[in-house]
Write a protein that binds this ligand. Structure first.
Ligand code: GTP
Length: 242
């Protein structure tokens, strides 16, 4: 149905409990269904805080957030979980097989769904190269996998739930640029209509997003395409130079 996965931030301000300085100040933007919106900004600019408001890990101080026109305060945890999958900065894998790790959160996923999610996340090839493939065991904390492989497994875990909104919080930082580009291409092809918010540090990770939101000390310094921001946003120009 039309309008799925639309996000509206309306004049949102937020501070952590027990602190007075707001971490996010008067944030307003709309992310359209199926859009990929990248968020970039220096360390501490509020990127993670912003996306953590969506599943209501924290509540806004003022303003409101709507998903598909509904204030998220009207939605319960189950409804939010159904719509949103968030991949954290640090992937957490547990002792178990590759399949069990990907299926976590959607225990009834069929083997084909697990494989499709792994393919989109660019994890299938390295899984297929393991002696036991999808039945290979992952050691505690994923010790036998590289950082980038763990990130790809945790993205597959998010995709298998078929969310309307996928949030990648710096979740491809250890994935090489070429693999990351393949992943974005697969996401476009297989997960059409998926709204994606992706936080990244590298310009190469954000420049072909539909739009980029530039955060600077809790405020929006600019929002637009790579070309638009290069022409108009000094904070973005600075990030590109560094
Ligand atoms: P990087 O992940 O380093 O790129 O930063 P970010 O842009 O994601 O910023 P983030 O939202 O993590 O932090 C914004 C500000 O909030 C910083 O000043 C943090 O120190 C502060 N902050 C983050 N998490 C917490 C928290 O749980 N409690 C408190 N009190 N402050 C926090």
């Amino acid at each position: 149905p039309a309008g799925q996965g639309r996000i509206d931030f309306r004049d949102v301000s937020f501070s952590y409990e027990g602190t007075s300085a707001p971490v996010l100040k008067h944030i307003s933007f709309t992310c359209l269904p199926g859009e990929t919106l990248a968020i970039i900004g220096s360390t501490g600019s509020g990127k993670s805080s912003l996306v953590h408001l969506l599943p209501r890990f924290y509540e806004v101080d003022s303003g409101s957030i709507q998903i598909d026109g509904v204030d998220i305060r009207q939605m319960n945890a189950g409804q939010l979980r159904q719509k949103i999958a968030i991949v954290p900065q640090k992937a957490t894998l547990f002792t178990g097989t590759v399949t069990e790790n990907i299926r976590w959160g959607k225990e009834d996923a069929a083997a084909e769904e697990v494989e499709q999610a792994a393919r989109i996340a660019q994890a299938h090839d390295f899984i297929a190269a393991l002696p036991e493939q999808y039945n290979a065991r992952i050691g505690q904390g994923g010790v036998n996998f590289s950082g980038g492989q763990k990130q790809r497994l945790s993205i597959a875990r998010a995709l298998v739930r078929k969310p309307e909104i996928l949030i990648l919080d710096d979740s491809t930082s250890a994935v090489d640029v070429a693999t990351e580009a393949n992943m974005r291409q697969s996401l476009k092809e297989y997960a059409e209509g998926l709204t994606c918010i992706l936080i990244a540090q590298r310009i190469t990770s954000v420049m072909d997003a539909d739009r980029i939101l530039v955060l600077d000390r809790g405020e929006i310094a600019g929002i637009g395409t790579h070309e638009e921001l290069l022409a108009s946003c000094s904070v973005y120009q600075e990030i590109c130079r560094s």
